[in-house]
Design a protein. Structure first.
Ligand code: FES
Length: 270
């Protein structure tokens, strides 16, 4: 990897299309949007999306882009509502993302057109986590079986490139039934009755959100561990930006190999 790959917005924009368009990307734990009307928005790999549970209990992940002028419809990280009203000019959508109404001055010519609905993404729930994809992956994102009872999620904002966080979480591990890495953004670590699912959300090229989903005990038990990950990743970011490569390891090498493949495919696609 080159130091620019860790420290420039151009590299991140290229990854948005080369790395984050085909595979499953994690959004959140299913329990984070448990009730009808619950929603959670995020930027993952540069894609602005939100998950919502409708009145029937069905979960969807939708592009967070208004069909009027492509602005973000959902401007808050999470909450509960009965409909979504775009704050820019007032186009309103229901909990399934269907266009409901717009103020007269900005109303669409044909309010029944299906092109007015928010764009739904392929969505699955696997072992208590919600995944979405901008493509159509052939297989579901296997996390190695059922998980114990959900204990909560810790959210940690880290001032680093997402690849630094992946490299750090893969370091010192080898693939086993106790440690599963799901390309590109999820690690599952089993320790007896406790399972930790680390979810990396690349927000911008220097901002990464780490969601630590804890199953089998209270999330608070892992607050210190999450703080340590933040501290180490922010230090490693300075190293990568200065050109110091990541430490060798089987999983790190696999990560870099898959990145190189994705970059090459992105280049080929132009
Ligand atoms: S951009 Fe949403 S209503 Fe205009």
């Amino acid at each position: 990897m080159k130091s620019e790959d860790y420290s420039t917005g151009d590299a991140f924009q290229a990854e948005k299309r080369s790395v984050f368009t085909a595979d499953w990307l994690p959004l959140c734990a299913e329990a984070q949007i448990a009730k009808p009307g619950d929603f959670l928005s995020a930027t993952v790999g540069g894609w602005s999306v939100f998950g919502v549970r409708d009145t029937e209990g069905t979960l969807r992940v939708l592009r967070n882009a208004c069909r009027h002028q492509n602005m973000q419809v959902v401007g808050t990280p999470s909450g509960n509502c009965e409909s979504f009203r775009c704050r820019f000019h007032g186009w309103t959508y229901d909990l399934q993302g269907r266009f409901l109404s717009a103020p007269a001055p900005v109303a669409p010519k044909d309010p029944t057109s299906p092109d007015l609905h928010l764009i739904p993404l392929t969505t699955v729930t696997e072992a208590g986590l919600i995944f979405f994809s901008l493509g159509a992956p052939a297989l579901p994102p296997d996390l190695g079986g059922q998980l114990p009872a959900y204990g909560g999620t810790l959210t940690t904002e880290i001032a680093c490139n997402w690849k630094v966080c992946v490299e750090h979480l893969l370091a010192d591990h080898t693939p086993s039934t106790d440690f599963i890495w799901r390309w590109p953004l999820v690690m599952v670590r089993r320790a007896g009755a406790v399972v930790i699912v680390e979810q990396i959300a690349p927000h911008t090229f220097l901002r990464t959100r780490l969601l630590t989903h804890v199953f089998g005990c209270a999330a608070d038990n892992h607050r210190q561990a999450a703080a340590t990950i933040k501290h180490v990743c922010e230090r490693l970011q300075a190293d990568r930006a200065a050109g110091t490569p990541a430490a060798d390891g089987a999983l790190t090498a696999d990560f870099h190999r898959r990145l190189a493949e994705a970059y090459a495919q992105g280049d080929a696609a132009g």
